[in-house]
Design a protein. Sequence first.
Length: 258
Amino acid sequence: MNKLRLAGTVWIASDIHLGSHTPGTARAFHEFLDKACAQADALILCGDIFDAWIGDDLALSAPPAWLAETVEKLRQVSEKIPLWLGRGNRDFLIGRVLAGHVGAQVLPDRVCLETDAGKILLSHGDEYCTADRAYQRFRRVVRCPAVQWLFLRLSLSARRGIADLARERSMASNRHKPMDIMDVSQSAIEKAFSGADADIMVHGHTHRPQVHRLTVDGRTRKRYVLPDWDYDHGDAVRGGWLAIDADGLHLNQASKSS
Ligand code: LP5
Ligand code: MN
């Protein structure tokens, strides 16, 4: 298990799902980044920062305006505080090129944070959705280095077409999937805690922000689910982050009708 020692105040956010269609969310996220620079000692973005990431070269060679703005904001953050970029099921193709370009580090897919609030198991969370066999099959294919190597050699427009197809298929299949299999599996969570000397787990992905208490191997554990972000669809906004310091963990969520 990868370990990362982070002293002081650590902020964690995920599932911002930035794209060309999310100007409101981008504005709210950029304001959050300014706040993180002022109030946190480190910032971790643990997956699905982007709605569909088709390769780091997109950010380097004439990025669209929406992306250029966020890349610049991320660069400003990393000039002030350490910044980590984690990968989710939409942006698992983020690599060292983008991280280096914005002055950040790539966060391992599963890591044990050693913080002032204790040890914390951190990941995006999609790997815990083990009841969703169709997704786990898809995940094995797209996480295969050879498949990624081939995909990244395609033109940007070809990659965009495949990503659009994947998004359409995913949305279509999710319309018929029972809600429970699109959440984490209890057995996967218990297995992760069993194998680790941590009483706290943090993940995103499910878009079901909550703090869950459970007992594993006779120990009380807590599982924090990070909020997803959406400031582009009507009055009800979604967003937020987890603040970690010596006083504990504090889940901050956007007020519903900001
Ligand atoms: O993403 P979301 O919220 O809709 O649902 C997820 C799971 N789906 C996915 C698929 C992504 O949305 C696809 C977009 C990725 C863009 C990045 C680059 C793409 C190509 C990279 C090639 C190396 O993650 C969904 C879960 C849900 O979370 C809840 O956990 O249920 O899983 C599925 O829907 C699985 C589907 O059964 C199959 C997914 C699409 C199949 C696409 C085939 C064409 C692409 C082939 C690429 C080699
Ligand atoms: Mn996700």
